[in-house]
Design a binder for this molecule. Structure first.
Ligand SMILES: [Zn+2]
Ligand SMILES: [Zn+2]
Length: 422
């Protein structure tokens, strides 16, 4: 039997994993500076949570979920996105009763049964943010800036922000009616999907990639022109804050959200892909109705989710060299049994002092050990032979320069530690 990795998944091998650790570290560091706390929710939840939280009529829930029945007969689903679980936790733990806002972030794997392609896997990873308990537009802008900073901090260039307001249950119906009035005479020009959207969810037609549909909607009534007296100043204020923050954003009135609980600010991060096509690498927005939908009180919220596979692809296509160090600080080369025995405690002392240290475990000769040190990207090789041992000394050689000197054996740890710090 030849076992194979499941379709749409990858092994992140040593060499690749370090890049992931690097971008995750960038995300964590940003979140620390913006005063967000990490939350880790389970990878599976009750299926109904996603039906409610993601929306029964979405592609995700209709076609893409990994749903299974456990031994207790419960229907569970591998999380297809991060928000529903985080909101469930916020409600279940009654965090809404504490002083607000609540500022959380998460990084982890998500699961969708999709046709695998470059940057799209069945197990994929997202970095996401959720904030509860405030409608302050300055926070919308700050969140967008955080996401924008994240792409820049890993070294990506040319990330733009598409911005829109999708209104609220107050003003959306007015726009919806105007939109249906406008689109109905052009019915014939709409694609099949949009035809069925016309009654159910006409806003989604603005989002259709079909050329004929796009021509029809080019001059369709825009949500931003129908914002109510709450939503209009909110949107203006978000834009003003983004200007202050220097975020490169543009108004995209085609940017919509399919579900009712999305309100006001909607945004996407757009990146030029290979061949000049621009694509969304992440997005988010306000969802002032979701906490209530999941069984909590009325509570404003906003968040985003960024696909990390897309980030890795973009790093590759932009040929960004991440500053990764594969270096081991010190490789101990020993000659003779006594020296080998001595290396056991030396290694431990080096490691306890915070240095990375390695040795040979295959009884290689001197030449073989030096080769192994090279393979391990050793910064220093410390050579301990019988003569050195007798004189309580050890030869330290810097691999990059070839410079070497003999130092006192009990000074080795301090020597490596000092150079490591400098
Ligand atoms: Zn409104
Ligand atoms: Zn269409």
């Amino acid at each position: 039997m030849n076992f194979r990795i499941p379709r749409g998944t990858v092994d992140l091998m040593p060499g690749e994993v370090e890049k992931w650790q690097y971008i995750e570290e960038k995300a964590r560091d940003l979140c620390r500076r913006y005063h967000f706390s990490e939350i880790r929710t389970p990878i599976f939840e009750q299926t109904e949570l996603f039906q409610r939280g993601v929306g029964e009529t979405t592609d995700i829930v209709e076609k893409e979920m990994y749903t299974f029945t456990d031994r207790g007969g419960r229907s569970l689903t591998l999380r297809p996105e991060g928000t529903a679980g985080v909101v469930r936790s916020f409600v279940e733990k009654k965090i809404f009763g504490e002083p607000q806002p609540t500022k959380w972030f998460y990084i982890g794997p998500m699961y969708r049964y999709e046709r695998p392609q470059a940057g799209r896997q069945r197990q994929f990873h997202q970095f996401g943010i959720e904030v509860f308990g405030t409608t302050d537009p300055a926070l919308d802008a700050e969140l967008i800036d955080l996401g924008w900073q994240f792409y820049r901090s890993v070294g990506l260039e040319g990330v733009k922000v598409d911005l829109n307001s999708v209104g609220c249950p107050e003003c959306r119906p007015v726009h919806r009616t105007r939109l249906i009035e406008y689109l109905t005479p052009h019915k014939e020009a709409l694609c099949k999907d949009c035809l069925s959207r016309l009654d159910r969810n006409p806003m989604r037609i603005l989002d259709c990639k079909n050329e004929s549909c796009q021509r029809v909607t080019e001059h369709a009534p825009r949500m931003v022109d129908h914002l109510c007296e709450n939503c209009r100043p909110h949107f203006e204020s978000v834009k003003e804050s983004l200007d202050l923050l220097g975020v490169d954003y543009r108004l995209n009135t085609r940017l919509v959200r399919g579900l009712d609980y999305y309100t006001q600010t909607a945004f996407e991060f757009i990146l030029e892909g290979q061949g000049g096509q621009a694509g969304s690498v992440g997005g988010g927005g306000r969802y002032n109705g979701l906490v209530e939908e999941i069984g909590g009180p009325e509570m404003p919220a906003i968040g985003f989710g960024l696909g990390l596979e897309r980030v890795m692809l973009a790093l590759e296509s932009q040929k960004v060299e991440l500053p990764l160090s594969k270096e081991v600080d010190c490789f101990l080369v020993t000659l003779g049994e006594e020296a080998k025995k001595c290396s056991i405690t030396l290694l431990k002392e080096l490691r306890q002092a915070g240095c990375s240290a390695e040795r040979d475990y295959l009884d290689r000769k001197m030449k073989g050990q030096l080769k192994a040190a090279d393979r391990a990207h050793a910064r220093f090789v410390a050579i301990l032979g019988e003569n050195e041992l007798k004189e309580n000394r050890i030869v330290v050689k810097e691999m990059a320069t070839g410079e070497q000197e003999a130092i006192q054996l009990n000074k080795l740890v301090e020597y490596v530690r000092q150079v490591r710090k400098g």
